[in-house]
Design a protein around this ligand. Structure first.
Ligand SMILES: Cc1cc2nc3c(=O)[nH]c(=O)nc-3n(C[C@H](O)[C@H](O)[C@H](O)COP(=O)(O)O)c2cc1C
Length: 334
């Protein structure tokens, strides 16, 4: 829609634990060259002390890609950010939105909505350690917080520390009584609150997240003055929503991708990942089950892969075989 918009934040794919690993990101990268892709959340201590290659290794083909960190200790977050920069990440993002018990006991994630000063200190320490952008992903509030002052206080604290980009999942997290999954659906979405945040912070890059199902919804957010849309579950479950993003959202000339070509490219990638990284083919294929969603043959594709991928000897050719069960794009569209 707007050929002038070029910031990668204009469209991003959300950080999702167990979902947006490097193989998923590579798949999404075959659907959009431009959208910013986020990793799963990795804790600062895992980055500092864990098997880094396994935890945060990625392919240069994934750029632009942002590492999401969880933590609450400014010095540890700064060290993890430095490691992320050395690995070649384009951005580090602080998780101030995840409500799981495991995360709360570590005093990070959504409960940090109550500690804007600490989040500001993390931003400050991380910015001093790296030259890549440090961004924050948050909720509009937690539990009985009033989303007005809560989000304003967090925004003021991170802005004062030099953070220019805030991604807001436009619902509260209820830390008592709801599972993480329920916390992604039950608290109501409040887009007006995020629109108001942008209106009062025009210099901040404000990205809307939560319930964006397709590019129409992202374009609607842009039309209301927001700087971008972050798409989570829809990008994973119906990945083809990303396929027209480079043209529609970033104003790039249209490219002629079709699903079968993506399957071939991913089969090649799965073969390489198996050979070079020892990655089971299933670890790549499991992210692709939704590729043909809505087309005749989608069920046969999904079923064939679900049946064959658990076999440890399964090779990348299962993707090619599965795709034969779906009509070629043009016939399917006719
Ligand atoms: C399986 C799954 C895992 C998630 N893991 C994370 C995470 O690691 N960090 C984070 O900030 N949000 C996480 N989220 C929340 C998403 O980033 C996003 O904020 C949420 O799903 C709302 O966006 P959506 O309605 O477009 O899915 C996760 C969501 C899902 C579905």
């Amino acid at each position: 829609m707007n050929a002038m918009i070029r910031l990668p934040h204009t469209l991003s794919v959300a950080p999702m634990m167990d979902w947006t690993d490097r193989h998923c990101r590579m798949f999404h990268r075959h659907l959009t060259r431009r959208a910013l892709l986020y990793t799963e959340m990795v804790t600062a201590d895992a980055v500092r002390f864990g098997d880094r290659g396994r935890l945060i290794g990625f392919s240069t083909d994934e750029h632009p890609v942002a590492l999401q960190l969880g933590g609450s200790e400014p010095a540890a977050m700064a060290e993890a950010a430095r490691i992320a920069e050395d690995f070649g990440y384009d951005e580090v993002n602080i998780n101030v939105g995840c409500p799981s018990d495991r995360v709360q006991s570590g005093r990070f994630g959504a409960c940090l909505m109550r500690e804007p000063v600490l989040v500001g200190r993390m931003v400050e320490a991380m910015r001093a350690a790296v030259s890549i952008p440090v961004t924050v992903k948050c909720r509009i509030g937690v539990d009985d917080q009033d989303p007005g002052p809560a989000l304003d206080a967090l925004t003021a604290a991170v802005a004062a520390a030099g953070c220019r980009t805030l991604i807001v999942h436009a619902r509260k997290a209820w830390l008592q009584g709801l599972s993480p999954k329920e916390n992604r659906d039950v608290p109501p979405l409040d887009y007006d609150r995020v629109d108001a945040l942008k209106a009062t912070n025009p210099d901040m890059v404000v990205v809307l997240n939560g319930g964006l199902l397709d590019l129409d919804a992202v374009e609607a957010a842009l039309a209301r003055g927001l700087d971008g849309g972050m798409v989570g579950r829809a990008a994973y479950q119906t990945p083809w929503v990303l396929a027209d993003a480079d043209r529609r959202i970033f104003g790039a000339p249209s490219t002629d991708i079709d699903r079968h070509a993506v399957v071939e490219a991913m089969a090649e990638y799965a073969g390489r990942a198996r050979r070079d990284l020892g990655t089971p083919v299933k670890s790549v294929v499991r992210h692709m089950l939704g590729l043909f969603q809505g087309l005749p043959g989608a069920r046969a594709w999904r079923r064939y892969l679900s049946e064959t991928m658990p076999n440890p000897d399964a090779g990348p050719e299962i993707l090619i075989e599965a795709a034969k069960r779906v009509a070629p794009e043009r016939r399917a569209a006719a």
